[in-house]
Design a protein around this ligand. Structure first.
Ligand code: GDP
Length: 442
């Protein structure tokens, strides 16, 4: 069965100056030519050129458009690709897609263009996943990490470790086939040292996963404490804008007020919660319950109290109930000093000490920026962990003197795991799952 030629809107659905409809597959040029009239016929155009013309249907003009042509394999998907740049109205876009389908195109599935790029060897699986992360990036840091992966930042180290392991595997196999020869003759010298080196590289990569996930998903940070301690003021100071209402009336914040901030590239969702206290007011009671739920689900909490006084029993109780990492903050230091060593001293109203709070969030969660590639998701992490465990086992065998057979099994397992990280040996189900998460037209 021949590969269907697919089409979809690749720009966001809605009104805009222009919209881009992408067509990819063996019949892309033929089908687009059927509905597009231009001075120079599109079929004769060179790859990587743009042609001006009219989209026509039943003898009438539907829209004026530019068509970019990329002939396979030098295109994003590796197939022939046409991109119709038409005007950005939904009636026009729907009409053109209908005409394309009438002429032989099939509607693309979400992520199908990128999936084809992967299947045609244009992108590795980590690079394909990076395409989605580039689109979804919420901060410069997240974008940088995704672009780095898109350009092979993660593929490079994984491929190089895989190659090193393949060399070791060859050496081990030679040693097993010719037991009387010296393994060093086959490049097997210092096998343990080399395995250790690869193990450390894998471990360093594994340790980037936390930041990778935080960059992609963001982290949730609850600001909690008793009423009037300055939680809303702290949210505003960290956000550097007025978001939450600040008053001296206790119990003002009822719904959780949220704001996203960028901390060293990591998107952090701050949540200003209702002050925790016993209240007879029905609405405030609901607010307090919502706050407690929010605190339970947070990745990190900022516990706010007032400088110059000890914690009251309600505060002790609240603190004891927090299960995630907590940063203890003494606010209003402009009114009175505070001597507690384990508290960060701030004045939210004067904007003093908030930088220290920001740094502490990153430090406490271990999210500091590593120098190189960052693991982006659970799939990659699991593969790296499996590779690490296999290398660890191979190392134990080598150190125990079981040089050949046992070590070979584990080195092979590590090679396979790294291949999975790169998508060289993943099953169809995993591939489909990954691309299902993409948006339509990508
Ligand atoms: P929340 O109820 O915990 O959210 O507290 P708010 O942020 O609404 O602040 C309660 C009151 O404390 C308001 O009158 C604020 O102006 C005041 N406040 C907050 N932070 C500070 C501070 O650092 N110094 C002083 N002097 N007043 C503050």
């Amino acid at each position: 069965m021949s590969v269907p030629t697919i089409c979809a809107l690749s720009t966001p659905y809605g009104r805009g100056g222009i919209a881009v409809i992408r067509i990819s597959g063996p019949r892309a040029v033929e089908i687009t030519s059927k509905i597009f009239v231009s001075k120079q016929p599109l079929e004769n155009a060179d790859s990587h050129t743009v042609t001006f013309g009219r989209v026509v249907h039943e003898g009438g003009t539907v829209d004026q458009a530019l068509v970019s042509l990329f002939r396979g394999p030098g295109s994003f998907t590796g197939e022939d690709v046409c991109e119709i740049n038409c005007h950005g109205g939904m009636v026009i876009v729907n009409k053109i897609i209908d005409i394309l389908i009438e002429n032989g195109c099939t509607m693309a599935e979400p992520g199908e263009f990128t999936k084809r790029a992967f299947l045609n060897g244009k992108l590795s699986l980590t690079e394909a996943e990076a395409v989605k992360d580039v689109i979804d990036a919420r901060t410069d840091g997240a974008l940088w990490a995704a672009v780095n992966r898109l350009e092979g930042g993660l593929t490079g180290p994984v491929v190089s470790m895989r190659e090193k392991l393949l060399k070791l595997l060859a050496a081990v196999q030679v040693a097993s086939d010719f037991p009387d020869e010296d393994a060093e003759d086959f490049g097997g010298e210092d096998m343990a040292g080399r395995l250790k080196e690869i193990y450390s590289e894998l471990e360093a990569l594994k340790n980037t996963a936390r930041r990778g996930e935080a960059l992609r998903e963001g982290i949730s940070c609850a600001i909690c404490g008793l009423p009037n301690t300055g939680k809303s003021s702290l949210l505003n100071a960290l956000y550097e804008r007025e978001k939450a209402i600040v008053t001296d009336i206790a119990g003002t914040t009822r719904d959780v007020v949220e704001a996203w901030i960028d901390l060293e590239g990591v998107p952090v969702r701050l949540g200003d919660t209702a002050g925790i206290r016993e209240s007879a007011d029905t609405v405030e009671k609901i607010g307090v319950k919502m706050s407690l739920d929010y605190i339970r689900q947070a990745d990190i909490c900022l516990f706010v109290t007032e400088a110059g006084r000890g914690l009251v029993p309600e505060e002790e109780e609240l603190l004891a109930g927090i299960k995630c990492p907590v940063i203890k903050i003494a606010n209003k230091t402009d009114l009175s000093p505070d001597g507690r060593e384990d508290f960060i001293k701030i004045s939210a109203a004067c904007g003093v000490g908030t930088d220290e709070v920001k740094k502490e969030i990153i430090r406490l969660l271990g999210l500091g920026a590593p120098a190189g590639a960052v693991i982006a998701n659970r799939r990659q992490l699991q593969a790296v962990i499996r590779a690490m465990e296999a290398v660890g086992r191979a190392l134990s065998s080598v150190e125990a003197g079981f040089y050949s057979d046992l070590a070979a099994i584990d080195i092979r397992a590590a090679v396979e795991a790294l291949g999975e990280a790169e998508g060289l040996s993943v099953d169809d189900e995993t591939v489909n799952k990954i691309f299902e998460e993409f948006c339509l037209g990508k």
